[in-house]
Write a protein that binds this ligand. Structure first.
Ligand code: XLS
Ligand code: NI
Ligand code: NI
Length: 437
């Protein structure tokens, strides 16, 4: 029995459509810069929010009406939920999904039982992938919910937590490979600390690096060739996470010999928690050669936590798409909606509204971004701003033809710097707006 009997496949109807269950901008086959929209975005549905989100918050229990959910979390129920997930993703028309091990199957009384539960559901996921053509963008393991990870997983003070996490990631690498997953993400749920007095930071960070090396080695051993991602988040649940932002993560990867194996999975709301805009994180990671994938969502300016809302702000999606295009587009990665409907939006149809809104906002953002690129005005203005580096002393410095002595000599002869380059921020902003409205 279908879970969404009244909802047909979501279609593109064009900007004039008033149908809440249609796309107005996302037309998966439309070519933009010689690539279909489907291939630009590689949209993915996050199993944990869309299929497991209950709406619970610290002040009250779940509110979501999900007629397909049974009272107890059995394997049988997990299988039924997996079928619902694919009905949803197929009707939505997203080509990918992502999940944690514990999202799709219940944890058993023992590790062995948990693995068996997972295998039973993975069989169904594989069947559904084959039936629909929907693919796994990346897999991951939940190394933060169970009390055994109270102090973290790889960075726990308890070595057994590290060992248990290793067993879980081993299994999830096998599962991700089995399902043809294109990547594997590390998000350090509790890989950080609450109190620096009780923390041996150097030791914890080294354990995290050792853990990632073990994962890379095991992937090689079993022939899993997907891309590894590291997802920055500065805080929540811990006070300070070691994967704070792109700069901290990339430093960590380089310092520990992991730079060739791991790229970044950048999440909008995590960037803002770190005091950055997402475009900063994307530009930083991209310029360093580490841009891999994106967890698409947005925060709320007035709430200081990871609210994981669906992105509907066209400025935001324009900025994200400008960065993605600047760095050559996605290869293994994609736009994973790590976003959830609000606690008050408890009906199944809200799951459609939220994803449709996000996909349309990205489609519009892509069109604006490509128009900005085609216009070439912004690029030209930026290039002009740095023109002193294209000739004379600037070009000489860039090609390593100077030292401090020669530069002193140059300046003694020249006299002083003429401040003749206005930043033109307001003009830059106005130029962007020419394309937005
Ligand atoms: C939580 C993270 C998480 C990761 C996957 O804040 O965003 O959902 O994306 O573990
Ligand atoms: Ni995320
Ligand atoms: Ni998040």
């Amino acid at each position: 029995m279908p879970a969404f009997p009244d909802i047909a496949k979501i279609r593109y109807e064009g900007p004039e459509s008033k149908n809440p269950l249609a796309f107005r901008h996302y037309d998966e086959n439309e070519l933009v810069e010689d690539k279909s929209m489907k291939d630009h975005f590689r949209f993915s549905v996050a199993y944990w929010h869309t299929m497991r989100g209950t709406g619970a918050d610290p002040f009250g229990p779940g509110t979501m009406l999900r007629p397909w959910e049974a009272e107890t979390d059995s394997v049988e129920n997990a299988i039924c939920r997996a079928r619902v997930a694919f009905e949803f993703i197929e009707k939505l028309g997203a080509p990918f999904y992502c999940f944690h091990d514990r999202d799709v199957a219940p944890e058993g009384a023992t590790l062995d039982e948990s693995n068996k539960n997972l295998d039973a559901v993975v069989k169904v996921l594989k069947e559904e992938q084959q039936r629909t053509g929907i693919k796994l963008l990346w897999g991951t393991a939940n190394l933060f919910s169970n009390p055994r990870y109270t102090h973290g997983a790889a960075t726990s003070c308890n070595a057994d937590s590290f060992a248990y996490a290793a067993a879980q990631v081993k299994k999830m690498l096998e599962v991700t490979k089995e399902l043809g997953g294109q990547g594997y993400t590390f998000w350090g749920g509790r890989e950080g600390y609450q109190c620096i007095w009780n923390t041996d930071m150097r030791r914890e960070i080294e354990h995290l690096a050792a853990f990632m090396h073990l994962a890379v080695d095991y992937a090689k051993k079993i022939g899993f060739t997907g891309q590894f991602y590291f997802e920055p988040k500065p805080m929540e649940p811990t006070k300070h996470q070691y994967d704070f932002d792109s700069a901290a993560c990339i430093n960590f990867l380089r310092a520990h010999g992991l730079a060739d194996h791991v790229k970044m999975n950048i999440e909008t709301n995590h960037a803002t928690l770190a005091g950055h805009a997402v475009e900063h994180e994307l530009d930083y990671a991209g310029s360093q050669g580490f841009l891999g994938s994106v967890d698409a969502n947005t925060g709320d300016l007035l709430l200081g936590w990871d609210t994981d809302q669906f992105p509907t702000d066209v400025y935001l999606t324009t900025k994200i798409m400008l960065m993605i295009l600047k760095y050559g587009g996605f290869t293994t990665g994609g736009l994973n909606f790590d976003a959830k409907v609000r606690r008050e939006s408890f009906e199944p149809v809200d799951l459609f509204h939220s994803h449709i809104g996000g996909m349309d906002a990205f489609a519009k953002g892509l069109k604006i971004a490509t128009a900005i690129r085609a216009g070439g005005v912004l690029d030209e203005m930026v290039k002009g701003r740095y023109s002193s580096w294209d000739v004379g002393v600037g070009a000489e410095i860039e090609s390593n033809r100077h030292d401090f002595e020669s530069l002193e000599k140059y300046m003694l002869a020249k006299g002083d710097v003429t401040p003749n380059h206005s930043g033109r921020q307001e003009l830059f902003e106005n130029v962007v707006n020419r394309y937005v409205f």
